[in-house]
Design a protein around this ligand. Sequence first.
Ligand code: MLT
Length: 409
Amino acid sequence: MAKANANYLKLKAGYLFPEIGRRVAAFAAANEGAKIIRLGIGDVTRPLVPAVVDAMRAAVDEMGTDGGFRGYGPEQGYDFLIDLVREHDYASRGVEIARDEVFVSDGSKCDSGNIQEIFGLDNVVALTDPVYPVYLDTNVMAGRTGAAGPDGRYAGIVYMPATAENGFVPDLPKQKVDLIYLCSPNNPTGAAAGRDELARWVEYARAHGSIILFDAAYEAYVSDPAIPRSIYEIPGAKEVAIEFRSFSKTAGFTGTRCAFTVVPKGVTAEAGGERVAVNGLWNRRQTTKFNGVSYPVQRGAAAVYSPEGRRQTGDIVRFYMENAAIIRRGLADAGFTVFGGTNAPYIWLRTPKGLTSWDFFDRLLSQANVVGTPGSGFGPSGEGYFRLSAFNSRENVEEAVARIGRATW
Ligand code: MLT
């Protein structure tokens, strides 16, 4: 009989966001007419900007001509996009990235989930807690962990708590770890790592032969010029870090799908006593399992770097950050303790009166008809916290804040 991958049975029953969707659908069915405002999943709401739409239209037209038709593209992405990434995201910040170090993809969720495939099962994985669930779940699926204990922690994973008590700056692991997932600006806490904090991680990784998997999907939301947008702004990081970037939150591509991962050729891991460049392994993985992002979508992504594209997408990022400021202020005025929301589109709050994250979710939904994300869904240290996203219309954000202010807990 065929054998299932039993590691999947170690996972919690459902992925966090579908579970939220299920509860919201049940509430909506039982409360017809309730005007539910969704500040849960971090999905953008503003349309694609005109610069992107025009570029995609032109690319589709081109594909409909004999001369402009394209079949399979390079699995790693077209050079026209890769060169823009190198120039605008890196060279402009003093970082040299080679063409063959950039891999265009259909999302940072896929890349940050798939990257663990190129590493051995015997690596010790360290995660901040709370954390974007994809990093943990994909390592559970691969068999890099034991079962989850009663405290929700999986055996074999090194958890690094990030809570109000340590200012959302997790301590370096006491033991030696091999793979370290970091996300800054952070999903879910909204905290952004400063230069010194990142420098400590790079130093740790260099001293221990570890690799940092750095998720910078929210870098466009950094407003503080002192906060690095890329881990490669830290000297020495190009030998120890892989970076994930996305057009999803930067340019409204959550449904359009385009992202990229930078795997510098200096990043190495050990195999059979030899040092192996992981760039080649990722290239091998991508060329085997992925056929690239469609040409029109890559043209749309390239248009994000045009002067109009930068202005138009910048306006949208500013709009969402104004939403974040409204949520932060409104909740603080209503007596909540709030974090994040200044360099990230997420507001992280303490649940009132010691409510569990899911109890607060249920009360918020029933009393205010507002959907958020329970902190415990991001890990044991997220218990007692709750995430609200700034992705919605101004009207809905203001209405949600007013309703939360009127609710009783
Ligand atoms: C979230 O809400 O955490 C995001 O939607 C995650 C993602 O981008 O996949």
